[in-house]
Design a protein around this ligand. Structure first.
Ligand code: SF4
Length: 354
């Protein structure tokens, strides 16, 4: 474990890298060579940069870290479609990142924080508390890690969801900087529309995000249709109640013209009743949106149970009859605790989850 490490190279934008190279007296095109080595060739050791003069390679090696994440346990679901990797940060904190391979996509679910401060009661990450923000480079490197793995079979990362550990808007700058870095046309060139940010509803950041008019998809974890119920599940609702949240959502759609996705974990007997479905339909009336419902994934410290298929279908039918598109998501990777809300680990625990 290193407490005072070298700067992580993935924390630099191309402009930062160009400036650094300038101060070293190197021509600007060297920065682009390094950038393309990192984000197109997916190199992760200075020795791989054989297109650079040896002294420059040496200087890179003594100035930057090329790895901020150490892969640990890798778990694969029984259907082989979901792979979860434990990644340890330089300070010993740990995060998880998940690869889901289905529908001809390679979707990554990555983390923006170690732990989470939001405390959603059904979420294993929330149950472990907040440890720290990730840097933009640590967010970027989760994608590069899986991109390297997929490259071995001539495959690519196709979609990225910020739905792993942490609340991405609580770490807004680093999250957006990471997406910008991966979106850069001279590097990884992953289009903004391939990314989805999922938030519990931090209104000031939804407003900021709307004003930036990005093409990144926005998902809101809603889960309840009344403030009383939502505050029980998501403590953040006490600060940002549903009525204010939905005003921010409507403003977002108006400013960007983009559809919002609402996430809804169906908990048996709690938020899966026909009455709740009607309340939700009323709340979302006229809003350009889509609702994703998913039967709750189990976690150790929450007693709620997943809804049944029949109840999920009935919930969906009510929404659709009200003109609100709805999809029932299939639970994936539950056998390896890689489903939504199941990511939790702390390398400092004596009994880590993995
Ligand atoms: S659901 Fe998301 S925001 Fe809520 S505690 Fe879990 S990681 Fe944090």
């Amino acid at each position: 474990m290193s407490t005072n490490p070298l700067p992580l190279i993935y924390d630099l934008s191309l402009e930062d890298l160009t400036q650094t190279l300038q101060t070293w007296g190197e021509p600007a095109y060297r920065a682009l060579q390094i950038w393309q080595g990192l984000y197109i060739q997916l190199w992760n050791t200075p020795e791989q940069f054989t297109n650079l003069p040896l002294p420059l390679r040496d200087r890179l090696a003594t100035s930057f870290r090329f790895s901020g994440l150490t892969p640990g346990a890798v778990l694969q679901s029984s259907d082989g479609e979901t792979i979860k990797t434990l990644l340890t940060l330089h300070d010993g904190r740990a995060i998880e990142a998940v690869l889901m391979r289905y529908d001809e996509r390679n979707t990554l679910c990555i983390s923006s924080q170690a732990g989470c401060a939001m405390g959603c009661v059904f979420c294993a990450t929330g149950q472990m508390g907040f440890k720290r923000h990730l840097t933009s480079g640590e967010i970027v490197e989760q994608v590069l890690y899986y991109a390297r793995k997929l490259k071995q079979t001539d495959e690519r990362v196709t979609n990225i969801v910020l739905m792993g550990m942490g609340e991405p808007f609580h770490n807004y700058e680093a999250t957006i900087a990471a997406i910008d870095r991966l979106n850069h046309p001279q590097g990884a060139n992953l289009g903004e529309r391939r990314f989805t940010i999922s938030t519990v509803g931090l209104i000031p950041f939804i407003q900021r995000f709307a004003s930036e008019k990005r093409q990144i998809n926005l998902a809101i974890s809603l889960h309840a249709a009344t403030d009383e119920e939502r505050s029980n599940l998501l403590p953040v609702n006490k600060r940002y109640p549903i009525s204010e949240l939905l005003i921010a959502c409507r403003d977002y759609v108006e400013q960007t013209g983009r559809r919002i996705t609402f996430e809804w974990a169906l908990i048996n007997g709690v938020n899966d009743t026909p009455e709740t479905a009607h309340q939700l339909a009323n709340l979302l009336k006229g809003l350009l949106c889509h609702v994703n419902v998913i039967p709750l994934n189990p976690t150790q410290k929450f007693a709620g149970q997943a809804t049944t298929r029949t109840r999920a279908e009935a919930f969906k039918t009510i929404l659709e009859k009200s003109g609100i598109p709805c999809t029932i998501r299939i639970r994936r990777g539950i056998d390896i605790q890689a489903g939504c809300g199941q990511l939790a680990t702390d390398a400092n625990q004596s009994n880590p989850v993995l």
